[in-house]
Design a protein. Structure first.
Ligand SMILES: [Zn+2]
Length: 196
């Protein structure tokens, strides 16, 4: 059995994924969204939501969809998805976002800082951060283009599995934005690296 690792509630974690290895992200307590950012180990490729929309022909990715790099190479393929709804539109929440949209005056935990810290522990400078896969986040686009959030469809024990198509550095964060988590307190996420 692979070792279950943790993304702390409202925090981040980083990992290396070799080509062919699979990353399983687990919603341990249910209803928790998070962000994933991938950068190739050599730093040349960065996750691109725009390329992913173009080559996949959809803004909603699930099993079988590929996450593409800014240089048009496959980075990750979703090989299993219990949830079926994720977001690739929004940038990771940031301190500026909490200040502008929620009136926060002091520091607020945020995905942007978590992702940057996770990459720095892996030895790479990530800024400016590329696109993120906001897994389990349930964002809706109305016909007129308006955006809204619905409660995430994820549940206790739900997971998604992504296969690396190149050697990758990956940062994960457990999103502390309660609006993305149906107003619930932030909870931890789990992950495993599967080598077969
Ligand atoms: Zn966030």
């Amino acid at each position: 059995m692979p070792e279950m690792l943790s993304v702390p509630a409202g925090g981040g974690n980083g990992l290396r994924l070799k080509r062919g290895e699979q990353l399983r992200i687990i919603d341990v307590e249910g209803g928790q969204t998070g962000d994933l950012v991938a950068i190739s180990e050599d730093g040349a490729h960065r996750l691109s939501s725009g390329r992913t929309f173009d080559y996949g022909g959809t803004i909603y990715v699930s099993t079988g969809n590929v996450l593409w790099s800014d240089r048009s190479s496959p980075m990750l393929t979703i090989v299993r998805d219990d949830v079926g709804r994720h977001d690739l539109l929004y940038a990771p929440c940031s301190l500026e976002m909490y200040r502008m949209q929620y009136g926060v005056t002091g520091y607020h935990a945020n995905c942007y800082d978590n992702l940057c810290s996770a990459f720095r522990t892996l030895g790479i400078e990530p800024e400016p951060l590329p696109s993120s896969l906001n897994f389990f986040m349930n964002a809706n686009v109305a016909a007129d283009g308006r955006l809204s959030f619905s409660p995430p469809k994820t549940y206790v024990g739900a997971s998604m599995v992504l296969r690396a198509e190149m050697d990758l550095l990956i940062a994960l964060t457990s999103c502390p934005a309660s609006t993305c988590n149906a107003g619930a307190p932030t909870r931890p996420l789990g992950f495993e690296i599967l080598s077969d």
